[in-house]
Design a protein around this ligand. Structure first.
Ligand code: HEM
Length: 310
């Protein structure tokens, strides 16, 4: 996929949600926090990555609503996002970009672009969307789980799970390697009935986090699901069997609002470090181009790393 395709994706999302100067075309409303991540000993056995060795690592994180309208209220059913950037001692960063959808509804860059085109707000939308759904089996296959995630209103941004969906290769210093998938899990899972969310107000999720931070850190745990040979590592829409080992690799303590402005902040699922390599998933490679095009459009500085697929 080309840079033109990435720009088309950004402009297509702007056609769906409206063009809001300086805003992200999706995940437009969010809040930027700072905190500290500490890996468990199990993490260091799986990867040599600097932030997985057990010493506390400073982190910048952003919770967001998937909607591309910056004023969309928190009580609307939505995908929620959780992006985390680990600040490494050598000045580099390494990112995990995750969302509440448990599976990717799209498999390839072409199907992602086709979905964006199908959702263009014109009179023919229902017809185009219907044709899209019927011609993309992964969309229908992932719809029940994804719909459940979208319709469940969390009591807090930190009371739900977030999935990074793509597989990444974790390498140890001794030469062994495993593919893993990340998910952030809350200390306590809590949902909210829609009428309660409505009563709490338009920014109930943001206000809840601010309130909790005044009392102490907000914790999220990082888990990896470890693939076995033969599992699909280049298809974010395909789940791995439920019996695959899940390892808790660290805890993130969010402590306060970040000092930087969130507008200039850019997360990138391909910003990685030694010990972590991307899979050949074409959607992952495409996302990094889309995020770069989006950052340029909204006036944020972004320098994508070019990392060879594993
Ligand atoms: C399939 C897995 C995906 C996940 C888990 C995901 C998650 C996210 C999250 C959490 C953000 C917010 C980043 C932030 O906090 O700043 C984001 C931003 C964004 N996403 Fe995705 N996304 C996925 C796929 C896609 C695809 C396929 C497209 C394109 C069609 C796309 C387009 C965008 C754009 C344009 C932004 C705004 C980037 C920026 O301006 O910084 N995403 N995504």
């Amino acid at each position: 996929m080309t840079a033109e395709a990435a720009l088309e994706a950004v402009q297509g999302l702007q056609a769906i949600f409206g063009h809001h100067e300086g805003s992200r075309p999706v995940h437009a409303h969010g809040l930027l926090l700072q905190g500290v991540f500490t890996a468990t000993p199990a993490a260091a056995r799986l990867t040599r990555a600097a932030h997985m060795q057990g010493s506390p690592v400073p982190v910048t994180a952003r919770f967001s609503n998937g909607n591309g309208h910056p004023a969309a209220p928190d009580f609307l059913p939505d995908v929620r996002g959780f992006s985390v950037s680990f600040h490494l001692a050598n000045g580099q960063r390494s990112d995990i970009v995750a969302a509440t959808l448990p599976r990717s509804p799209v498999r390839t860059p072409a199907s992602a672009l086709a979905l964006v085109r199908a959702l263009r707000p014109r009179l023919t939308l229902p017809l185009r969307f219907g044709i899209y759904a019927l011609t993309h089996p992964e969309f229908l296959r992932t719809a029940p789980a994804n719909l459940r995630a979208v319709l469940t209103l969390p009591a807090s941004y930190a009371s739900t799970s977030y999935h990074a969906l793509h597989a990444y290769k974790w390498l140890t210093p001794y030469g062994s390697e495993r593919f893993v998938r990340y998910r952030w899990v809350p200390e306590q899972r809590r949902r909210l009935a829609w009428w309660r969310a409505l009563r709490r107000g338009r920014r109930y999720l943001q206000e809840e986090i601010a309130e909790r931070l005044r009392e102490g850190p907000v914790r999220m745990h990082l888990q990896v699901q470890v693939a076995r040979p033969g599992d699909a590592v280049d298809d974010a829409s395909a789940p791995w069997p439920a019996d695959r080992e899940v390892v808790t690799v660290g805890t993130l303590e969010l402590q306060a609002p970040a000092r930087q402005g969130e507008a200039e902040w850019v997360f990138d699922p391909l910003r990685l470090t030694d010990g972590i390599e991307p899979s050949r998933d074409p959607l992952l490679q495409f996302r990094t181009q889309v995020y770069a095009a989006s950052a340029e459009q909204r006036g944020a500085t972004h320098r994508p790393q070019h990392i060879r697929a594993a």
